[in-house]
Design a binder for this molecule. Structure first.
Ligand code: CO
Length: 157
C-alpha cells in the first residue's frame, strides 16, 4: 500500500547523525492561515477558542490583511487577500475553505542563509533578495516543492 502512494519506507533510509552545531533555523515565528472572511476567522479564534486577537491590520504593500492571534509561545497569523494582485489570491482560489499557507522560521543571518541554500540547490521565490516583511524584518520564501510541499518564510531574528 505504501508503494502505491510513493512513500519511501524508512527502512531504506540510512541513519544520519544529527549535527546540532550546524543549525541555521533557530525559532518558530508563526504559522499563517489564509482565510476568506477575516472578521469571522478572528471571531472564531477569539470567541470559540478564547484567544487574544489583534485588530485587523491592512498591509497594502504586501497585499494582505492580517489578524494576529497571540499565544504565549508563538503566534498565528490569519491572512486575507487585500486589494488586487494579492500574493495569496491563487491559494484562496485553490483552497476555498482557507488553509495553512506558510510557516515562518527565524534565522540569524538571512544573507548567509540565502547563499547556503542556493548552493544546495534550494529555490528561493522572487528575485532571491530579502524583502522587508510584515514585522519590519527581512524575509525570504523557499519553494514549497523543495520542502515537502510546505511554503517556508525565513525571517531574520
Ligand atoms: Co508570514
Amino acid at each position: 500500500i505504501k508503494k502505491e502512494y510513493g512513500i519511501k519506507p524508512l527502512t531504506d533510509v540510512k541513519l544520519i547523525r544529527i549535527k546540532w552545531g550546524k543549525k541555521m533555523i533557530t525559532k518558530f515565528n508563526h504559522v499563517a492561515i489564509a482565510v476568506t472572511d477575516l472578521k469571522s476567522a478572528s471571531d472564531l479564534y477569539q470567541n470559540i477558542l478564547g484567544a487574544q486577537v489583534s485588530d485587523i491590520c491592512n498591509y497594502p504593500n504586501h497585499g494582505v490583511s492580517v489578524v494576529f492571534v497571540k499565544l504565549s509561545n508563538t503566534k498565528i497569523e490569519l491572512i486575507q487577500p487585500f486589494g488586487k494582485n494579492s500574493p495569496i489570491e491563487n491559494f484562496i482560489q485553490k483552497n476555498q475553505n482557507g488553509g495553512i499557507h506558510h510557516i515562518c522560521l527565524e534565522v540569524k543571518d538571512i544573507y548567509k542563509t540565502r547563499d547556503k541554500l542556493l548552493k544546495n540547490g534550494v529555490r528561493i521565490l522572487g528575485d532571491k533578495e530579502p524583502k522587508v516583511g510584515a514585522h519590519d524584518k527581512p524575509v525570504l520564501f523557499l519553494h514549497p516543492k523543495d520542502f515537502n510541499g510546505t511554503l517556508i518564510e525565513l525571517e531574520q531574528e
